[in-house]
Design a protein around this ligand. Structure first.
Ligand SMILES: [Zn+2]
Length: 222
């Protein structure tokens, strides 16, 4: 790619503080790929978001604090090279977006997250973020998708088994808080929230250099 065609952009890094816990699931091996893809591409356990998304998190902060809750962020900006590496590991159709262009994470306009209590313990939800379960991760590596596909139903808002259960209540509270802060929910993944008007957020490429510096780019118009 021609470097002159790229325009540098600024993303905001969100760090662990009294309200947010940064625990990027692809920076470790506790994820459906059981591979630390974000380490491979040089991002590590770092959470970068579009400045507009950082604004929504700012709005969210007092809403969480009032309730003694925290937000554990498990994914945010996803480097394009990480996206394609992930698709290579799990080629199952529909597991990841079709292209990086289709994934809001690659535009820095989405986060995957879960509510925790003040001690950082995850509240109960119908399944874990990304529907992660080591048992299914193992099966997927062996090319068996069926049980996981069934389990993935729990990711959807339409999954309502035991309607009054704690996990359904938490899911409702979570969505309400996120929407109040300006996020948009995704019907088939309770943990995923993105900014509205995705047409405003171009695909972002990055260059992870040694020494912890990460540069972000969009394609220029010239
Ligand atoms: Zn997501």
């Amino acid at each position: 790619m021609n470097k002159q065609m790229k325009k540098m952009v600024r993303l905001v890094e969100i760090k662990t503080d009294e309200t947010f816990i940064i625990d990027m699931m692809y920076a470790g091996t506790e994820n459906m790929m059981q591979t630390a893809v974000y380490q491979e591409v040089g991002l590590g356990n770092r959470c970068f978001v579009h400045p507009d998304l950082a604004q929504c998190l700012k709005k969210l902060q007092p809403l969480l604090q009032e309730r003694g809750l925290k937000l554990k962020i498990c994914d945010a900006y996803r480097p394009v090279q990480a996206f394609y590496r992930m698709k290579e590991i799990i080629p199952m159709q529909g597991f990841f977006a079709a292209t990086a262009e289709c994934s809001q994470h690659c535009h820095a306009s989405a986060i995957d997250a879960v509510l925790t209590d003040s001690d950082g313990c995850e509240l109960k939800f119908p399944c874990r973020v990304d529907a992660y379960d080591p048992k299914y991760a193992q099966q997927i590596r062996q090319g068996q998708w069926d049980e996981f596909r069934h389990h993935l139903e729990k990711a959807k808002y339409s999954w309502n088994e035991g309607e009054n259960s704690e996990s359904i209540k938490n899911r409702t509270i979570f969505r309400e808080l996120m929407e109040q802060a300006g996020f948009e929910a995704l019907e088939h993944e309770w943990w995923h929230f993105n900014l509205p008007h995705k047409e405003n957020y171009p695909l972002i490429d990055c260059e992870c250099t040694k020494g912890n510096e990460i540069k972000f780019f969009v394609e220029g118009n010239t």
